[in-house]
Write a protein that binds this ligand. Structure first.
Ligand code: SF4
Length: 313
C-alpha cells in the first residue's frame, strides 16, 4: 500500500471515531501530515487537555503520552509503537529526586516534561524547553529562593540558569539528549563555512558551546515560528535539532533553504511509529497493549506540577 493510500484510509477511519491524532515535530513527515495537531511538548500537552476526545492517538515518545494520560484520566491514550521511549527520561528515578530533595528541602524541584510520570510526581512544577526560563523564574519567586533543582536535562538546566540568573542545580549532572548533545562547535563551524549567509537556530538541549554560536535558541515551535516570521532577506537556515522539524519547515515554507547542523540528527525513538501502526490502532481502538494509562495514585501526584506549568505558561 502506498503512503497516500494509507493516509487516505487513516483520514477516513478517523472521521468515523471520536479520536484525535497528536504528533510531535520529530515524527516522520507522513505522520505529521495526517495529524490533527503537530507541535512541541508544551503545545501537545495543552492540546491534549483542551481538545481531548474519547481516544487520543499520540505519535510521540512515552512520556508525552503519559502526560496526556495524566491530564485525561477518563480518556484512552494510545501510542502506535509502545517501544517509543525517551532515553533522557531514564536519567532520573523518583528515588533519585527524593535524594536530591533531602539535601535542602526548601529548594523547589523543576522537572522537564521529558521524565517519567513517577518522577514528575516528585516535583513542584514541570517545564518544557519553551518555558523553562520563565518557569524557573516564577517558581523561585514563589519559594523565595535563588536556586532550584532541575532535571533530567543538564543542558537545559544550564540554559535556564544562563538566561534566568537563577542557579539550576543539575539533577543529575550527566542527563542529556543523545540527539542534541552530539552537535559540537566544529559541526557548526563547518556548516557556517559552507552556508555563510544562513542563520543558525538550535535547541536548548544542545551544549552551551553550541548554543553560544547560535543566532537563535528555542524549542521546536519557537524555531518554527522564527522561520515563519523571518524577513524576505533571511533565506537560509542551519537547523540544530532533530530532522523532522526541518522536513516540516521545508513543506510549510518552501521558499527558504534548510541545512541540518550535522548529518543524521535523528531520534530513533520518535521514528518507531509509522502509518501502518496508526491505521491498525484506528481499526483496533480497544487494543489495550497500545494504551498508556498512568496509575491513578501517580497521576494524582503528577497532575498539580503539570497544571501549575500550564497555568504559568
Ligand atoms: S530528541 Fe532527545 S529528548 Fe527528544 S525524545 Fe528523542 S532522545 Fe528524548
Amino acid at each position: 500500500m502506498t503512503v497516500k493510500q494509507l493516509q487516505e484510509d487513516i483520514l477516513k477511519l478517523k472521521k468515523n471515531n471520536d479520536v484525535i491524532i497528536l504528533a510531535h515535530y520529530y515524527q516522520p513527515i507522513e505522520i505529521q501530515e495526517i495529524a490533527d495537531y503537530v507541535g512541541d511538548s508544551l503545545g501537545l500537552s495543552r492540546t491534549a487537555k483542551e481538545k481531548a476526545t474519547e481516544y487520543i492517538i499520540f505519535a510521540g515518545v512515552d512520556f508525552m503520552a503519559e502526560t496526556a494520560s495524566i491530564l485525561n484520566q477518563d480518556k484512552h491514550v494510545l501510542i502506535p509503537n509502545p517501544e517509543s521511549c525517551c532515553p533522557m527520561a531514564a536519567f532520573l528515578t523518583p528515588e533519585k529526586v527524593r535524594e536530591f530533595r533531602k539535601k535542602d528541602p526548601r529548594i523547589p524541584a523543576v522537572l522537564y516534561v521529558n521524565s517519567t510520570a513517577a518522577v514528575k510526581a516528585e516535583s513542584d512544577i514541570c517545564c518544557t524547553s519553551s518555558n523553562a526560563i520563565s518557569i524557573v523564574k516564577k517558581i523561585s519567586e514563589e519559594f523565595n529562593v535563588n536556586k532550584v533543582l532541575f532535571g533530567p536535562d543538564a543542558n537545559l538546566a544550564d540554559y535556564a540558569e544562563q538566561m534566568s540568573g537563577i542557579k539550576c542545580l543539575q539533577m543529575p549532572e550527566i542527563g542529556h539528549c543523545y540527539v542534541h548533545s552530539q552537535i559540537k562547535p566544529e559541526h557548526i563551524n563547518d556548516a557556517r563555512k559552507e552556508h555563510p549567509k544562513a542563520k543558525l537556530l538550535v535547541h536548548p538541549e544542545c551544549i552551551r558551546d553550541v548554543r553560544d554560536l547560535a543566532d537563535f535558541v528555542g524549542s521546536t515551535t519557537q524555531m518554527y515560528n522564527r522561520v515563519k516570521n523571518s524577513s524576505s532577506e533571511e533565506i537560509e537556515f542551519i537547523i540544530g535539532t532533530e530532522e523532522g522539524l526541518l522536513e516540516r519547515m521545508k513543506q510549510d515554507f518552501p521558499d527558504k533553504k534548510y541545512y541540518l547542523a550535522k548529518e543524521k540528527l535523528i531520534c530513533y525513538n520518535m521514528k518507531k511509529h509509522n502509518l501502518e501502526l496508526i491505521k491498525y490502532l484506528l481499526e483496533n481502538l480497544d487494543d489495550k497493549t497500545h494504551e498508556v494509562k498512568v496509575p491513578s495514585e501517580i497521576a494524582k501526584k503528577a497532575l498539580p506540577p503539570i497544571e501549575k506549568m500550564l497555568y504559568y505558561s
